[in-house]
Design a protein around this ligand. Structure first.
Ligand SMILES: N[C@@H](CCC(=O)N[C@@H](CS)C(=O)NCC(=O)O)C(=O)O
Length: 216
């Protein structure tokens, strides 16, 4: 048994769980996973065993628990400073990456609610609100700026926390066939080809659960 356990939701739907999971895998960390299915009568009781916030993901690291996807990766970046896929090394890129990740962590509500992550959904476009369209344009602009200042191929050169945090939205753009410029489209494909993401994706497709997001 590993020292760390990452408590996650369903791989198909839990965009917040995917973020730290991907960052941890990209950094070569060894951890156990505990999946608590979302939207089940038993979810509150099961998740309460790991933390009072009542949401996944949660990291159990030795004697302590860390909840919230961003707090988890910050905790791990401090604990494993020798790993190279947390924040970018260069200060300017690092500050930009932090702002980009903060923007995702606290925003893009319309994209999230209108296009829930649903890896099993048949790909196809839906009608987006003006707010969601504005957010899509903003995400494309953020990606474009990051790729321009870093030179790519990942947002800040090497794969970093920023890529892990934008991976769920990259899946939404593919699932809901969002029309994108060439650079953003290529970035969405790059995320899908990442071997760790591909492993998560393959496992998601095997899951038995069907949630309300399937209606979209
Ligand atoms: N800001 C939190 C959000 C976590 C979150 O909303 N998780 C969802 C699953 S993706 C959840 O646990 N939902 C269950 C519920 O609200 O009952 C984070 O970054 O970890």
């Amino acid at each position: 048994m590993a020292d760390m356990i990452l408590v996650i939701g369903n791989r198909n739907y839990s965009s917040w769980s995917l973020r730290p999971w991907l960052a941890m895998k990209a950094n070569g960390l060894v951890f156990d996973e505990l999946l608590i299915p979302l939207d089940t009568p038993d979810f509150p009781r099961q998740v309460a065993a790991y933390g009072a916030a009542g949401r996944v993901p949660i990291l159990v690291d030795g004697g302590m628990t860390v909840w919230d996807s961003l707090a988890i990766v910050e905790h791990l970046a401090e604990r494993f400073p020798d790993r190279s896929h947390w924040w970018p090394q260069q200060p300017r890129l690092r500050s930009h990456a932090r702002a980009t990740v903060a923007e995702m962590h606290s925003g893009f509500a319309a994209v999230r609610s209108e296009m829930p992550m649903n890896l099993k959904r048949a790909h196809g476009a839906i009608e987006l609100s003006p707010a969601a369209r504005r957010e899509v344009a903003r995400i494309e602009a953020v990606w474009g700026e990051a790729l321009a200042i870093s030179g790519g191929p990942w947002l800040y050169g090497d794969f970093s926390i920023a890529d892990a945090f934008y991976a769920p939205v990259a899946t939404r753009f593919a699932t809901y066939a969002v029309s994108l410029g060439e650079a953003a489209h290529a970035y969405v494909e790059r995320i899908h080809a990442h071997p760790d993401f591909a492993a998560w994706h393959a496992a998601a497709l095997e899951e038995p659960w069907a949630l309300a997001a399937d209606a979209i």
